[in-house]
Design a protein around this ligand. Structure first.
Ligand SMILES: *[C@@H]1O[C@H](CO)[C@@H](O)[C@H](O)[C@H]1NC(C)=O
Ligand SMILES: *[C@@H]1O[C@H](CO)[C@@H](O)[C@H](O)[C@H]1NC(C)=O
Length: 320
């Protein structure tokens, strides 16, 4: 994965060099300046526009958030389609390096590390997708005040993301009043509803708000230990990945415990569940698994906060 990520870094630096030489002026000129006309190894005539750049969210500390917008293909009338903000979790996972480049974005990186190909399942076929590296310190987003990186919390993350949105809509006025959704996964189970709440509160009483917020969606969300356990176990059970008796055992042993410090019976139940599941990718149960699932589970890259890491540690300790 490091290989791919470093390629993404190179790509983005490439763009950024082009971006940083021009001077910032009006928001519209900023939009034009942010247009990405080509990437090294990008397929020709992709049929959609994309943009990336920085939006300053705090002048005093000098912090700026990095975004990448992939519009829907021109043939699918992007101007009629909603805008979706996508946030990866972690905390600390880059939405650009991961969400855009490995999950739902239009470009995938070939194993040669030199060229890109199109992802047939890209979400920008249906909507305009805005990827945001958040908070400052994650991915290409940064703060010039080092202490910021040690004092971040969910509240400031949400406030900064809101500031980003307000300024971003000035740069992209064609998206003002457009249907807008917020989506994400994993730790974004916190980011998404918290940002949604701010948008909702600040829109209250405003007719025809600029940020025309319609709803939010989270997948594989970190909510809290109880609901995360209930959801995970029910998913395993209803997809035939664990037996009835293991499901019952998981619910009794784990449901009311902590995922950071699971009890011994809970660890044992998780171990049985892992054995029953066999060699599968728990994040994509219908696709071919990699041959080495231990590397798969090590490489979850911020998608999952604690549950899997706990039983991976457990399995390592017990040489399973
Ligand atoms: C951060 O510092 C650099 C170097 O001084 C400067 O070029 C940049 O504009 C600053 N960023 C922000 C968001 O103020
Ligand atoms: C997994 O191993 C099998 C048998 O050794 C091999 O045929 C297959 O190509 C491998 N798959 C991957 C993704 O490496």
């Amino acid at each position: 994965m490091g290989y791919y990520l470093s390629y993404v870094v190179v790509l983005v630096l490439f763009i950024f060099v082009g971006v940083s030489v021009s001077l910032s002026s009006s928001p519209i000129e900023d939009q034009k300046r942010d247009r990405v006309t080509d990437l090294p190894g990008q397929p020709k005539n992709v049929g959609f526009a994309h943009y990336s750049g920085y939006v300053t969210v705090n002048e005093k500390s000098g912090s700026a958030l990095f975004y990448w917008l992939f519009e829907a293909p021109a043939s699918r009338r992007p101007e009629k389609r909603p805008l979706v903000l996508w946030l990866n979790g972690g905390p600390g996972c880059s939405s650009i390096a991961y969400g855009a480049s490995e999950e739902i974005g239009p470009f995938r990186i070939r194993p040669d590390g030199k060229s890109l190909y199109l992802n047939p399942y890209a979400w920008n076929k249906l909507a305009n997708i805005l990827f945001l590296d958040s908070p400052a310190g994650v991915g290409f987003s940064y703060s010039n005040k080092t202490t910021d990186l040690y004092t971040f919390g969910d509240q400031r993350t949400a406030e900064d993301a809101y500031t980003f949105l307000v300024k971003w809509f000035e740069r992209f006025p064609q998206y003002k009043h457009r249907e807008f959704y917020i989506a994400g996964e994993s730790y974004a189970g916190h980011y998404v509803p918290q940002l949604s709440q701010i948008v909702y509160e600040r829109n209250k009483g405003i007719k025809n708000p600029v940020i025309n917020f319609k709803g939010f969606m989270v997948g594989n969300a970190v909510t809290d230990d109880y609901h995360d356990y209930v959801g995970t176990f029910e998913y395993w059970w209803t997809h035939g990945l664990v037996s009835d008796s293991t499901y019952r055992m998981l619910r009794i042993a784990c449901d009311f415990g902590s995922s950071q410090h699971p009890s011994v019976p809970c660890m044992q139940a998780l171990k049985v569940a892992v054995v029953e599941q066999g060699n599968i990718d728990p994040y994509s149960i219908y696709t071919q698994p990699c041959n080495d699932t231990s590397s798969l589970r090590r490489d979850l890259g911020g998608r999952y906060v604690s549950l899997f890491s706990q039983f991976v540690q457990f399995i390592h300790k017990h040489h399973v």
